[in-house]
Design a protein around this ligand. Sequence first.
Ligand code: MTE
Length: 314
Amino acid sequence: MPQDEDDEITASEITPKEVYLNRREFMAASAAAAAAAAFPELSGAESHGNTPLKIEKRSDYAEKEPPTTYKDAAGYNNFYEFSTGKEDVAALSKDLRVRPWTVSLEGLIKKPKVYDIDSLIKMFPLEERIYRMRCVEGWSMVIPWVGFALDGLIKLSEPDSKAKFVEFTTLHDPAQMPGQRREVLQWPYVEGLRLDEALHPLTILSMGMYGETLPNQNGAPLRLVVPWKYGFKSIKSIVKIRLTEQMPITSWMQAGPSEYGFYANVNPEVDHPRWSQARERRVGEFMKRKTLMFNGYAGQVASLYSGMDLRKNF
Ligand code: MTE
């Protein structure tokens, strides 16, 4: 029987009562978590031990779907600077020093500047954006990020007319980041966007999630979030943003050029050479679901790629 034909009556008839009751409790808990994540200031959302952030702007970008639990979002992470084991990252990153921290804006801009993280965070009103996130490995989450659109910061730096790309770089500090003592990737981690992608209103810099500052394992103190691309584009713990004329060589392109392209747009029709990208598993759910073109954001971003062969520009 297809999953979505399952309803409460059938479930109570065919499922042992204890399991069924647990499922109902689970669903009630998920709904409460979703409401708390979406409106932390209204519902008195539970604290997760990070500093609460003041959300100043209601967002137009909120998924209707319930967010992934905080436990999963902060406990199942890709952050190779610490470990390739997703469940090890939280413990290994807990002592990362995220203050003082600076982010350098440089390259083909008229106003290069080194920003202190706290002054940077105060420059733009904070907004909550509930985004679907799809990892290239086939799992996905729904995360209530806190941040602001990247375009404001880029425009403030006054890009030269030659600037075509934006390159982002993560902190390089093997003393604090044990994964950087091994050559799993070329360090520091580098990612990149075309300038028009970086200026797209969906692209944000995030310093928080679930109403609080980012836990280290999710990329504190500042990370990129690009919801229509595979998760690896959303680079963590950024120290440098550089505008360039040439397309940046990203860490993943360098590691496996036939597997990881520069664009990395979520595309169920273009398989990874070693696995299909047609379906995904939401962390916390059992059944897989269909992956959507551009991760469901086609209406907003498809025009950025009109006329491009998305099989070649994967
Ligand atoms: N950024 C850095 N610096 N190092 C990484 O290993 N992993 C990427 C991305 N950003 C990664 C990174 C990958 S593969 C994914 S799926 C997301 O971070 C995971 O983000 P999350 O842990 O907040 O879910």
